[in-house]
Design a protein around this ligand. Structure first.
Ligand code: ADP
Ligand code: MG
Length: 243
């Protein structure tokens, strides 16, 4: 397992946001963390990223317990819905930011930024500023920025929530292909079951801070283990036009 959450509990002012959460993700896998709003998805990502501390339980990354390791030492990249680009920096400078922080040489930064611009098919847009980009392009830049320092784990928290439905579908396919190509272990948070099923090869369903089921998209769809999972998948299907 590349990532393991072992019996994690977290409360906020007596409210249990994570209730004995355990799951593991193999290296190179793309897992979706799926659940309704308020179910505790962001809390899990924040603990993995070192932005919050669990009350109990162990967080393991690449075989090491990282509970006491600062977030910037964990080798994690993240793309959050509201993790805006730096407005006064060009696309290229946004992508190179993490490398600047690491004090890499100018030449090395330039080379890596060019490689990433090519990866996201934005070779000619390096000199633009964020306000000159579409929503989808901004999220592609956010993705490249997260990958630039070469993290071992990529966390994405509802990265397409603010983008309209059609572009969202395109981006979702794009993201799946990109992650497959880069081969990075990833956790993709969403409350949209269709998005989870399409993007991930492992789906982790969470409700009220508890893991309800972990399985492939097929297992979740055809063999829901709890009433909640069955209901959640059904309700979502109906709300999307009864497919
Ligand atoms: N810093 C915090 N202080 C108090 N309550 C919080 C805090 N962060 C999250 N919560 C609560 O924990 C629950 C889970 O939140 P969150 O992990 O953001 O859910 P999700 O991302 O699934 O929508 C929510 O009820 C939320 O109000
Ligand atoms: Mg959230």
């Amino acid at each position: 397992m590349y990532v393991e959450m072992k019996d994690i509990c977290k409360t906020f002012d007596g409210f249990q946001a994570s209730d004995h959460v355990s799951f593991g993700i193999e290296k190179g896998q793309m897992a979706a963390l799926l659940g309704p709003s308020g179910s505790g998805k962001t809390t899990i990502l924040r603990m993995l990223a070192g932005l919050d501390r669990p009350d109990s339980g162990d967080i393991m990354i690449n075989g090491f317990r990282v509970n006491d390791l600062p977030g910037n030492k964990r080798g994690i990249g993240f793309v959050f819905q509201n993790y805006a680009l730096f407005r006064y920096m060009t696309v290229a400078d946004n992508i190179g930011f993490g490398l600047e922080v690491q004090k890499k040489s100018k030449a090395e930064i330039k080379e890596r930024v060019e490689e990433l611009l090519e990866l996201i098919s934005m070779e000619d847009l390096g000199k633009r500023y964020p306000h000159q980009l579409s929503g989808g392009q901004k999220q592609r830049v956010a993705f490249a920025r997260a990958l630039a320092p070469g993290p071992g784990l990529l966390l994405l928290d509802e990265p397409f929530a603010a983008i309209d439905a059609k572009v969202r579908r395109e981006l979702r396919n794009w993201l799946r292909d990109m992650i497959g190509r880069v081969g990075i272990t990833s956790i993709f948070v969403t409350h949209d079951q269709e998005e989870a099923m399409e993007v991930a090869n492992q789906v982790i369903i969470i409700n009220q801070g508890k893991i309800e089921q972990i399985g492939t998209p097929e297992e979740i769809c055809f063999h829901p283990k709890t009433e909640f999972v069955a209901d959640f998948i059904e309700t979502e299907r109906f709300s999307q036009g009864g497919k």
